[in-house]
Each structure stands twice: as C-alpha cells, then as structure tokens.
Design a protein around this ligand. Structure first.
Ligand code: HEC
Ligand code: HEC
Ligand code: HEC
Ligand code: HEC
Length: 428
C-alpha cells in the first residue's frame, strides 16, 4: 500500500512536470503582481548585490516591458474602436481581449491583491504562485519541486515556446481571429529568440543560473519556436478547417497578403504559386517554411516536404487533411529528436548549413511571400549570432530588416537580390 501511494505520488509529480499546464490553465490561485513586487522580493529599484536573482524584476517589467501595458492598451482609442466594431461592450471586460492582454484566470483563482489591470503580469508567465510563493525562495527546495508546485518552467525552450505562442500566435483556447484583425487588430508576427531578446531582460544568466537552468542558445530557441509554432498551426488547422462548416473557414490561417493587395499589382509567379494556379489562396505558412529549412540539414526533409505540400492541395478534403496533420505531427516529433540528439559541435555545423540553405533557397526566390521573408530575416540574424559571425555581416543584416520593415511595401525581387548577395558573401 505504501509502495502504491509512493508510486502514485511520484507519478503525479511526473505528470505535473511533463504536462506543463500553461499558467492560464494551471488551476492555482494567482496572487497578483503586488504580491511579487515588495521591495525585499522582486521590487528593488536597482539590482541587488549578493542575491541570486536581480530582485528589480518588477521595476524592469513595469517601466520597460510592454506586457505591463497590455491591459492599458485595452483602454486606448484603437481598442475602443475594435470593441465597437465587434459589438463588445468594452475591450476591458471581454474575455476575448483579456485572455491575451491580462492574466485572465477564473475569478475563484484571483487572490486578494490580484488585478486584471496589471496586464500580462509575473504569474501570466511564471504560473499561479499559490503553492510556490513560500517555497521558491528557499535554497533547499529544488527548482523541480517548485515546478511541481506550479512554477512554470520558463527556462525550458519548449515550454517557453508554448507559453509565448499561446498569446503571440494563438491556440485552440484563444486566437486573434480574422474578425478581430478586420476590426483593426495588428497582424501577429513572432519568433521566439528575437522576441525573447526584445523583451527587456529581467534576469542574468550567471553561474548560479546555469546550475539550475537551461543556459539558452539562439539556435535551439529558434528551433523550438518553429517546432511549436508549426504544432500550434496544425492544431488550429485541425480545429478551424476540419471541424468547420461555415462558408469561409477562419481566414487568419491563410496568408493575409495573398488576399489583401491591389488588383493591378500582379504578384503571382511560380515560386509564389507553390504549384498552384494564380488566384489560389495560400496558407499562412511562414513557420512551415522554416520547419522545412530546419529539416533540410537532418535527412528528414523529403517526407515532411511531401506531407506539407499535400496539405496545401487537400484543404477541402477533410479526411485526407486529418490524416496528413497526424502524419506531420509525427514528422515534427522525429525532427525534434534528431536535432536534440546532436552534439553542440554538430549543432554549430547544422546552424551554418541551415544558414546556407536559407540563403540558397532565398536566392531562388523561395521566400517571396512576406510572411516567409519576415521569418527568414529573424532566422538569419540569430543564426549569424549563433555561429559568432554577426559583426562581419551587420550591415547586410540590417539591410534585410529594412526590406521587411513594412509589409505593405515589401518588394520580393529586391529581397531575393539581397539574399543572393549575402549568399555570395558567406561563400567567399
Ligand atoms: C498572456 C499573453 C502573453 C504571453 C504569455 C506573452 N506575451 Fe508578449 N505580449 C502580449 C501582449 C498582449 C503584448 C502587447 C502589449 C501591448 O503593447 O499592449 C505583448 C508584447 C510583447 C513584446 C513587445 C512587442 C512589440 O511590438 O513591442 C515582446 C517582445 C513580447 N511580447 C515577447 C514575449 C515573449 C518572449 C513571451 C514568452 C516568454 C511572451 N511575450 C509571452 C501577450 C503575451
Ligand atoms: C491571441 C492573443 C490576442 C488576442 C485574443 C487579442 N490580442 Fe491584442 N495583441 C496581442 C499581441 C501579442 C499584441 C502585440 C503584437 C506585437 O506587437 O507583436 C497585441 C496588440 C494589440 C494592440 C496594439 C497595441 C500597440 O501597442 O500597438 C491593440 C490595440 C490590441 N492588441 C487590442 C486588442 C483587443 C481590443 C482585443 C479583443 C478584441 C485583443 N487585442 C485581442 C494578442 C492578442
Ligand atoms: C512575458 C513573460 C514574463 C513575464 C510577464 C515575467 N517574466 Fe520573469 N521570466 C520570464 C522568462 C522567459 C525568464 C527567463 C527564463 C527563466 O529564468 O526561467 C524569466 C526569469 C525570471 C526570473 C529568474 C531570474 C534568475 O536569475 O533565475 C525571475 C526571478 C523572474 N523572472 C521574476 C519575474 C517577476 C517578479 C515578474 C513580474 C514583475 C516577471 N518575472 C514577469 C518571463 C516572464
Ligand atoms: C481569403 C482571403 C483573406 C485572407 C487570407 C485574409 N483576409 Fe482580411 N479580409 C478579407 C475579406 C473578404 C475582408 C472583408 C472585405 C472588406 O471589408 O473589404 C477582409 C477584411 C480585412 C480587414 C478590414 C478591412 C476594412 O476595410 O475594414 C482587415 C484589417 C484584414 N482583413 C486583415 C487581415 C489580416 C491581418 C489577415 C492575415 C492574418 C487577413 N486579413 C487575411 C479576406 C482575407
């Protein structure tokens, strides 16, 4: 009996560890930013000496991090217009907005100091603190134990990807759908490594950090960002296309720019067409394109390529589409295993090969859709960083960023020309 309960207890720990329930679904009480912000805890004005963490996380978040303004945004004239057009009484009370712009947990999980107006606060990312609030400051209590108590493993790249993407791409529970975009919501674009760097840092990777946590690495962070974004896209395709009986499926799953441009601006060419006739609506496949590039250095690319191509021609055959989605989930799993089994030296080689593949494909006009180009530029930037060659190519990279700065002015011919220049430069 004791053995059995021991097994059950440990099994539950394993389950909580492996499931990584997103903070919004963790069923823990969320105590509110004020509970983390005391000056002896995370509210110090300057980084504290002799502490393992900065302790000024609150000040960084509240002064510099856009997440602290996420709820305030819902009070802006833009949000009022969006809410009006959607027939919502107010953006500040609509779950559809609060789900991403705040820590929208059930009212019975909201602690005394909890306020929705804190926006995307500490517990939106680190998990409800109900059970770890007292234990997470004890040196004797391990990180895994705190994670079992509800601390979200933000350092693990896969868990982090799932967390950030839940708001920056959407999932089955929440989505910035085409009606929200149609009402004026900005288009969402995300890449895990780039956005991780854009978010003002409230932690330092020092010796103590490395003892307990994953060190971070641009290449692996990028890969998990793409693997998880592809998985999330497949989930959405399954949910919105297969279980859908409306005249038009959810349009945000398709490439915005394939519908939204002037009719006199004829953009179709063979690369853009991807095997389809002019006038075909294309999938929003920027992440799938990156997935293909990632696979190209591993020997998993042919089958994945075939499956992804088949998806595009099977969008109106629900049975076939479902089977393909299942197959691609398996392809992604194998790809993940193959890459994670590489040694660090192999990863550097792979990263260089990947960079080469991107530039070579780009030279052939492979990334003529804006959504792919945008992903490509972020990937090139972080891959140069990873192979420690960024300073040499700084100017070329910044030119690429200029070329994708405005989606409505994107010129695919100029873009592939710049990629081919860079391709020549790295081969010199
Ligand atoms: C609960 C939802 C949510 C989660 C989780 C989340 N974000 Fe955000 N993020 C937002 C919202 C909403 C905004 C826009 C805030 C505003 O301006 O009102 C935002 C803004 C940002 C910005 C600023 C973008 C810009 O254009 O200036 C960055 C960078 C960012 N997030 C990175 C991340 C990263 C990295 C993660 C994961 C570690 C993450 N976010 C997790 C909702 C979220
Ligand atoms: C799936 C998550 C999600 C949903 C749902 C969502 N948003 Fe957002 N919203 C974001 C993210 C992420 C950003 C930041 C985009 C960026 O900068 O990359 C954002 C940005 C915005 C911005 C622009 C902010 C700025 O600083 O420019 C406004 C306005 C906005 N959202 C309003 C709303 C309203 C109103 C609703 C409800 C009708 C809503 N959002 C629903 C995730 C979401
Ligand atoms: C948008 C998501 C997000 C928000 C909001 C956020 N964090 Fe973090 N935080 C992270 C990520 C990602 C890391 C880095 C990975 C890690 O160390 O787990 C991190 C790391 C930390 C660390 C670890 C430092 C170390 O050296 O080990 C502390 C402490 C922390 N955050 C506290 C806070 C506090 C306090 C708040 C609110 C004032 C907050 N965070 C808000 C995502 C977030
Ligand atoms: C399959 C074609 C298609 C795709 C793909 C598509 N849209 Fe639309 N969009 C439409 C149609 C149709 C309308 C409504 C027609 C209108 O109001 O002009 C519309 C309306 C809009 C509007 C409002 C325009 C207005 O004048 O009020 C915005 C903004 C918008 N879409 C943004 C997006 C974004 C962002 C994406 C990608 C995430 C996207 N659309 C993807 C077809 C599409």
């Amino acid at each position: 009996m004791r053995i059995l309960s021991f097994i059950i207890a440990n099994f539950t720990v394993l389950l909580t560890l492996s499931a990584n329930e997103l903070p919004q679904q963790d069923n823990k009480e969320h105590l509110g930013v004020a509970s983390c912000a005391a000056s002896m805890c995370h509210g110090s004005v300057i980084p504290r000496e002799g502490s393992d963490v900065l302790q000024n996380e609150y000040i960084i978040w509240s002064r510099a991090d856009a997440h602290s303004q996420a709820f305030q945004t819902l009070l802006s004239p833009e949000s009022k217009k969006i809410a009006n057009k959607l027939g919502l009484e107010s953006a500040t009370t609509a779950s559809i907005c609060l789900d991403c712009h705040s820590d929208n947990v059930n009212t019975d999980q909201q602690g005394e100091k909890f306020q929705l107006s804190d926006g995307v606060g500490c517990e939106s990312c680190h998990g409800g603190a109900e059970e770890y609030i007292t234990s997470h400051t004890h040196a004797a209590i391990s990180r895994d134990e705190n994670i079992a108590k509800g601390l979200y493993p933000t350092d693990k790249p896969k868990a982090r990807a799932q967390l950030c993407l839940s708001c920056h791409l959407g999932n089955k529970d929440k989505q910035a759908s085409h009606d929200i975009m149609g009402a004026g919501h900005p288009r969402l674009a995300f890449e895990l490594d780039t956005f991780g760097i854009l978010q003002p840092l409230h932690y330092v990777v020092d010796e103590d950090y490395l003892k307990q946590k994953w060190a971070g690495n641009n290449y692996i962070t990028w890969i998990y960002g793409q693997l998880e974004a592809s998985r999330a896209t497949l989930d959405l395709l399954e949910e919105k296309l297969i279980d859908n009986s409306t005249l038009f499926p959810e349009l945000s799953l398709f490439d915005c720019h394939s519908c939204h441009h002037n009719m006199s601006d004829l953009k179709w060419n063979e690369n853009k067409g991807q095997g389809f006739k002019p006038g075909t609506v294309r999938l929003n496949d920027g992440n799938f394109k990156m997935l293909m590039i990632i696979a190209s250095s591993t020997g998993h690319s042919e089958i994945l390529h075939q499956h992804l191509a088949d998806v595009k021609s099977s969008l109106n055959d629900k049975r076939k589409l479902k089977a393909l989605i299942t197959a691609i989930f398996k392809d992604i799993e194998q790809l993940e295993k193959a890459i994670m089994a590489q040694s660090i030296a192999d990863k550097k080689v792979s990263a260089f090969a990947t960079l080469n593949d991107i530039l070579s494909a780009g030279t052939n006009g492979e990334f003529s859709d804006y959504i792919a180009a945008e992903q490509v530029v972020m990937a090139i930037d972080l891959l140069f960083e990873f192979i420690a060659k960024k300073p040499e190519f700084e100017e070329d990279i910044s030119l690429l960023f200029d070329l994708v700065a405005n989606d409505e002015k994107f010129n695919d011919a100029l873009f592939s020309k710049q990629l081919s220049k860079l391709y020549e430069r790295i081969r010199q």
